[in-house]
Ligand binder design. Structure first.
Ligand SMILES: Nc1ncnc2c1ncn2[C@@H]1O[C@H](COP(=O)(O)OP(=O)(O)O)[C@@H](O)[C@H]1O
Ligand SMILES: [Mg+2]
Length: 435
């Protein structure tokens, strides 16, 4: 439902009343319209992403924008935050701030904060520096390098950090550096009993005694895990327990302190990351990590570097058969696809290497329900019909139950339970998965 603005002229050129220049500190969040979009139209290569959109948001209102993938939700955000200039229309903030005449940093300074659909963090930089960079959003690269924080800016970062610190590390990270894994109190096989039997027949991926640290923070603790050949094994656990870290260790994207990773008996942990894909591992990272400025076609072709020749060409065509939407959008830039389409592109890119072992990190994160179902169907097909072994991180339990036949639960960097999917009961879910 659109709410008409009370004090903004809606027709003709912009004749909104002039108010004093407003800043984030002085915003009146209680009265009147704070965001006013009128007749916004955005086209990409003739495709209308937004068509004469009008929307008014009141101060203090919490508005949810709902729509299927590709409906234009992110494009609308891009217009509001200055990432995209519309072909037509008007966008006003706080009555008189003309968003279409401001740069992205100026819009941020005017008081519009944005959390992107895919968080773009500087992964190599500490949390504090990531927050500090937001303080220098209006400066160029060189000015940022030499900028110093004021004490007031430091206080603001500290206040944000206080809010998230509780989530930063699991309790117990100060415990001795070599704890024993495996408890067994819940009656499930623990990693100590299961993971130290050596490489059993029929095991595709075998992790043993994995320990990983981010700086001083001990993240994976003596982790052992087996993925049987032909299975779809699901790694589950709350946010921050180490699921992504485990997958990155398998792919060689993070260094291991100790432990061993074998694929089909071959020692992976001593090999560089680039050789691991060649051994037949396809990896779909969390957040997709496609190249937003390259076209769909270019994104897929980059993966051909690992699978040259006839095999790669066949794989490329198979990917387009598997995801017909990608065939329709070959010339579109990856960043202009909807979330679900980007996920299909990311899975397609992983399939170009013709993997025998496929790793997917939360492939349904932030994706609308019918596409979630389709991605589930794809995983089932690749696993049961094509015969790929799959290791999946998935938070949506109904989907995990549908596609996977085995599970591992991670908690604070330890594997605390595992078994057949049918053994994942309410007690385990309550204990390790509910927030
Ligand atoms: N690059 C990093 N530097 C420091 N700590 C990290 C880094 N990546 C993840 N962590 C921390 O490691 C823990 C496990 O993170 P992650 O593997 O991403 O968890 P999950 O995928 O289960 O949500 C978390 O406490 C997280 O804050
Ligand atoms: Mg993760």
């Amino acid at each position: 439902m659109n709410v008409a603005p009370t004090d903004v002229t809606r027709t003709g050129t912009h004749t909104a009343p002039v108010a004093a220049e407003t800043t984030a500190e002085t915003l009146d969040v209680l009265h009147g319209s704070i965001l006013y979009l009128e007749g916004i139209t955005v086209s990409f290569d003739g495709f209308r992403a937004l068509n004469d959109l009008s929307l008014y948001i009141e101060r203090g209102e919490l508005r949810c924008i709902i729509g299927p993938n590709g409906a234009g939700k992110s494009t609308m955000m891009d217009v509001v935050t200055g990432k995209i200039r519309p072909d037509a229309g008007q966008a006003l903030f706080d009555r008189n701030v003309d968003l279409l005449s401001l740069s992205e940093p100026e819009i941020a300074k005017a008081g519009i904060g944005r959390k992107f659909q895919k968080p773009t963090l500087f992964e190599q930089l500490p949390v504090f520096v990531n927050l500090e960079l937001a303080m220098h959003a209006d400066k160029g690269v060189w000015a940022t390098l030499f900028a110093r924080l004021s004490s007031e800016q430091r206080d603001r970062i500290d206040a944000v950090l206080d809010g998230v610190r509780a989530l930063d590390r699991p309790p117990g990270h100060r415990a001795p550096r070599r704890p024993c894994a495996g408890r067994g109190r819940h009656g499930y096989r623990t990693e100590r009993s299961e993971g130290h039997r050596g490489l059993s027949r029929g095991v595709m991926l075998n992790l043993r005694g994995l320990n990983q640290y981010y700086g001083e923070s001990h993240t994976l603790w003596d982790l052992a895990l087996e993925v049987p050949r032909g299975s779809c094994t699901c790694l589950i656990g709350r946010n921050g327990v180490g699921k992504t870290t485990t997958l990155k260790c398998i792919m060689g994207l993070l260094p291991l302190q100790d432990g061993e990773i074998r694929l089909d008996g071959t020692l992976l942990s001593t090999q560089p990351a680039e050789s691991r894909a060649r051994l037949g591992i396809g990896y779909v990272p969390q957040g997709r990590e496609i190249f937003p400025r390259l076209t769909v076609d270019e994104n897929l072709r980059l993966a051909l570097a690992v699978n040259r020749g006839e095999g790669g060409r066949r794989a490329y065509q198979r990917v387009l058969d598997t995801f017909p939407v990608l065939r329709q959008m070959l010339r579109r830039r990856g960043g202009d696809l909807s979330g679900g389409q980007q996920q299909q592109l990311a899975i397609g890119r992983a399939l170009i290497v013709e993997p025998t072992f496929l790793i997917l990190d939360e492939p349904t994160e932030g994706i609308q329900p019918n596409i979630v179902h389709e991605i589930g169907d794809t995983i089932v097909r690749l696993n049961r019909e094509v015969g790929m072994t799959v290791l999946l991180v998935e938070q949506k339990l109904p989907l995990a139950r549908r596609v996977a036949d085995r599970f591992y639960v991670l908690d604070k960097g330890r594997a605390v339970a595992s078994g057949a999917m049918s053994e994942l009961d309410d007690a385990l879910v309550r204990r390790y998965l509910t927030v």
